[in-house]
Design a protein around this ligand. Structure first.
Ligand SMILES: [Zn+2]
Ligand SMILES: [Zn+2]
Length: 144
């Protein structure tokens, strides 16, 4: 996947966020790693490349990005927040073995968002959580 720094920069500017180097690096990382990383995962990888990066910067940037609707926070595991760059309505599959979170395409009557109301409540976001063993882990299991 080719990540376009210029595109990311525009995206931030459109949302009124100052595109600092560290913010660009964090967003680029999210674009390149679609397994919905945690603050720790992002920090551990980025600090190798950007030594001035701190965990607080990563955390604050992710908070800001999700407030501005650039990314989504996912709490599928119940114990940690995972970050998602894909802001289209979609569902998630959590592998109980390796902890990766995959986007899944499920035909859901509300998925197209034509349907914006349920039992009189206004729908703003739809999150379906699926849990099990991912195909990678299943393959490894069968080869053991
Ligand atoms: Zn797995
Ligand atoms: Zn996702």
């Amino acid at each position: 996947m080719i990540t376009n720094m210029k595109h990311i920069k525009n995206e931030l500017e459109q949302k009124g966020i100052k595109p600092t180097y560290q913010r660009l690096c964090i967003l680029e990382y999210l674009h390149a790693h679609l397994v919905h990383p945690t603050v720790e995962m992002i920090y551990d990888k980025l600090v190798e490349r950007v030594p001035t990066m701190s965990k607080t910067t990563v955390y604050n940037t992710l908070k800001l990005l999700s407030e501005k609707g650039v990314i989504n926070e996912i709490t599928i595991t119940g114990t940690e927040v995972r970050y998602d760059i894909n802001c289209q309505s979609h569902h998630h599959f959590l592998c109980k073995k390796c902890g990766k979170i995959y986007d899944v395409d499920v035909t859901c009557p509300f998925a197209n968002m034509d349907h914006k109301e349920i039992s009189g409540h206004e729908i703003q976001e739809i999150h379906g959580y699926f849990k099990g063993i991912c195909k990678e882990c299943l393959t490894n299991q069968n080869n053991e």
